[in-house]
Design a protein around this ligand. Structure first.
Ligand SMILES: Nc1ncnc2c1ncn2[C@@H]1O[C@H](COP(=O)(O)OP(=O)(O)O)[C@@H](O)[C@H]1O
Ligand SMILES: [Mg+2]
Length: 227
């Protein structure tokens, strides 16, 4: 089954009298269990593509299918449920609450469900264990952690709802090579567990870790590599 299907997706941003075609007739199909890299120069449309795939943004035209169903943009709450329960997001800048600890950050996505606090904590700890976050650092404020540890926390937060699809926008962009490798090892493990993973990257080494690569240029798919 295809997890994400884009059919002739277009998106234009307009600022004052300037308009930019961020995505220009993008066709893309990502199968369940794939690990896909999206590459391309800065400004080529990578983030726009991922945001649309994750229901954080909406295309101007074209069709988006997620988990086998065409997304109906009139159904806000159903779409929010898909976004919260089935998709995990990881960002380059971690997007964590810096003044809170790891457990608090990882529990956040669960506040929207009505499960007891004790269970939330248990799920957060399980997710943090899964990504190899050291138990000795659980109480530390996130702002005092290294970049690699912050990204572990962010991946644990993306995992805590047990998503089918993980969307990572330059997850290694702010990390040194050792931490980048650690992050990719975690993402590959999550993929082996059966999750579909899409990673945006500038780094050829990171792209090389993925089974397939799709390259964008000026909002168009220009190249695809299979391994
Ligand atoms: N919210 C926005 N408002 C205006 N222009 C935007 C916005 N988001 C993206 N763009 C423009 O769309 C193009 C694609 O951006 P983006 O998807 O962020 O590219 P990438 O992630 O590959 O660097 C760029 O020219 C960018 O400036
Ligand atoms: Mg980007």
């Amino acid at each position: 089954m295809a997890v994400v299907v884009m059919k002739k997706i277009c998106k234009t941003f307009t600022l004052k009298d300037m308009s930019v075609k961020a995505l220009d007739n993008v066709d893309l199909s990502v199968e369940e269990g794939e690990m896909l890299a999206i590459t391309g120069a800065s400004g080529s449309g990578k983030t726009t593509l991922l945001n649309i795939a994750g229901l954080l943004d909406r295309q101007d035209s074209g069709e988006l299918e997620l988990f086998g169903k065409t997304v109906d943009f009139s159904k806000d709450s159903a779409n929010a449920r898909i976004r919260n329960k089935r998709i995990g997001f990881v960002f380059q800048d971690y997007s964590l609450m810096a003044g809170e600890n790891a457990v608090f950050n990882v529990m956040l996505p669960l506040y929207f469900s009505k499960i007891p606090l004790r269970k939330m904590k248990k799920a957060a700890l399980a997710a943090l264990d899964k990504v190899g976050f050291p138990r000795s650092h659980l109480k530390n404020k996130v702002k005092f952690l290294s970049g690699g540890q912050k990204q572990r926390v962010a991946i644990a937060r993306a995992l805590v709802n047990d998503p089918d699809l993980i969307l990572a926008d330059e997850p290694t962009g702010a990390l040194d090579s050792e931490s980048s490798k650690m992050v990719m090892d975690i993402l590959k493990q999550l993929n082996r567990d059966g999750r579909t993973v899409i990673v945006i990257t500038h780094d050829p080494l990171v792209a090389g870790e993925c089974a397939r690569e799709v390259r964008l240029s000026d909002g168009r798919v220009v190249q695809s590599r299979d391994v």
